[in-house]
Design a protein around this ligand. Structure first.
Ligand code: MRU
Length: 370
């Protein structure tokens, strides 16, 4: 397991696992191949841009902030080999084309490109590595700040009830989806570390089971009580009053507050609204698409239907994929959906909790002129 990267002391994620590490001075990164979790912890070394692109496309690494960071390092790796204008443009385009929905990827690639564009070719690779390192370190600090603001929501609920705070989440917006802490998980991890009793409802998150494979693994690794449920049980749990709040991650948030996240998020937001349970999205600033007026224009990734027609698991010995539908069955595999702003109680950002509205987002990020 790669050792945690260093960053400012109080926002250092204490967990013994890290989705991504760049060993000091190395011209490569090490990542956990998340396809092997939870049954095996496999570390992969990424030492060229093609491998970085493949890791994103094939979801060795996934989660919006982590995709952004790996994209940034991918561009740095490309510039080590060839720092010409053409190579920069080609590598940017190839990495950007790996997955369409998480805006963090385009944000990170543009940031690295802008950081090197005016530099002589011989200085570009070093500058790109510095920029990628900065993106990774900032991500940890941003997520910790999201945790601090979200913690107040959990603390308020804990004060009101003499029982664990019941948090529902969807997919994996944990430390494995970022460079540390996670987004939706950061308030939970900080609450648990602060001794506030918390219990997490983990949706399995078909078809790739990020909840079952990754979120349950992280919560177990940190000793946080949790219970898994099939995606379709969310409505009943919310109606029964088993849940105090829902906190999910996001892949892209439009300027009006519409939230794009893993397929199945919208269903949970509808059921939460129908049962007066507050629904929050944890959103680092790179995940806002301030130029997009609403969620309607967000590109929704469609992935291989094999992911729907079969399921991944372990037979106790090794990982296996088994078919769940008869041969020849047609399937559709939308990877994300849009939760309209009207169903969102708030956007937990590193600057505080913003209303999911144009004015709320503008007030939180005035410099972005949304
Ligand atoms: O397809 P994935 O696993 O990349 O989808 C991940 C999600 O939808 C996460 O909730 C989102 O990226 C936020 S990660 C902090």
């Amino acid at each position: 397991m790669p050792a945690p990267a260093s960053n400012s002391a109080n926002s250092l994620d204490p967990a013994r696992y890290r989705a991504l590490v760049r060993p000091e001075g190395a011209r490569y990164i090490e990542t956990i191949d998340q396809r092997a979790l939870p049954h095996r912890v496999v570390t992969t070394r990424i030492a060229d841009a093609e491998t970085a692109a493949r890791a994103i496309r094939e979801m060795w690494v996934r989660g919006a902030p982590l995709i952004g960071a790996v994209g940034a390092y991918g561009l740095a790796l490309a510039l080590v080999r060839d720092a010409s204008e053409k190579a920069l443009a080609d590598a940017h385009a190839r990495l950007d084309a790996t997955r369409p929905t998480a805006v963090n990827l385009r944000w990170a690639l543009d940031r690295v490109r802008n950081a090197v564009a005016s530099l002589p070719e011989r200085e570009r690779a070093d500058a790109a590595w510095r920029e990628a390192d900065a993106i990774a370190a900032e991500d940890v600090a941003i997520n910790h700040a999201i945790g601090v603001h979200g913690l107040e929501l959990l603390r308020d609920i804990a004060r009101r009830k003499n029982a664990p705070v019941e948090v529902m989440t969807h997919c994996n917006a944990g430390a494995l989806a970022t460079c540390g802490w996670g987004t939706a998980t950061a308030p939970v991890f900080l609450a648990h570390d602060a001794g506030i009793p918390v219990h997490v409802w983990v949706s399995e998150t078909r078809p790739r089971l990020q909840g079952a494979h990754l979120t349950a693994w992280e919560l177990a690794a940190r000793g946080v009580p949790h219970t898994m449920f099939v995606d379709s049980a969310a409505g009943l749990l919310l109606r029964r009053g088993d849940v105090d709040l829902v906190i999910v991650g996001a892949d892209r948030v439009a300027a009006n507050g519409d939230v794009c996240n893993k397929i199945g998020t919208y269903d949970k937001a509808l059921a939460a609204a129908d049962n007066q349970v507050p629904f929050y999205a944890a959103v680092p600033s790179p995940t806002f698409d301030f130029a997009l007026p609403s969620g309607d224009a967000i590109p929704i990734e469609m992935r291989d239907t094999e992911e729907v027609l079969s399921v991944e698991g372990s037979d106790g010995q090794e990982a296996r994929s088994v078919r769940v539908a008869p041969a020849g069955t047609r399937a559709v595999n939308y990877a994300f959906d849009i939760t309209p702003a009207r169903l969102v109680a708030g956007l937990i950002t590193e600057r505080g909790i913003a209303p999911a509205s144009p004015s709320g987002i503008r007030a939180m990020f005035p410099e972005r002129g949304a």
